[in-house]
Design a protein around this ligand. Structure first.
Ligand SMILES: [Zn+2]
Length: 77
């Protein structure tokens, strides 16, 4: 897996999550060896959903743009 910010190598790491009434929770995530960016599975899942939605939207919008293209005919000869 590569970092979305710098394309560096991401490695599995363990982080302490927010503390609640049950105490500290260990969270497994990804950390970039190059820039230190952290991704947990929830962030990764959310990013994949956004990417999927963006792709679907692009496919929906692209045909509409194609329909808007018109041939330009000069009026003066
Ligand atoms: Zn990085």
């Amino acid at each position: 897996m590569n970092c979305h910010r710098c394309n560096g190598l991401m490695v599995v790491d363990h982080f302490i999550d927010m503390e609640d009434e049950m105490g500290c929770l260990w969270m497994r995530g990804w950390r970039c060896m190059n820039c230190g960016d952290v991704e947990d599975p929830e962030i990764y899942r959310h990013r994949m959903i956004q990417s999927s939605l963006r792709d679907r939207l692009a496919k929906m919008v692209a045909p509409k743009r194609a329909r808007k293209s018109r041939e330009v005919v000069p009026l003066s000869a």
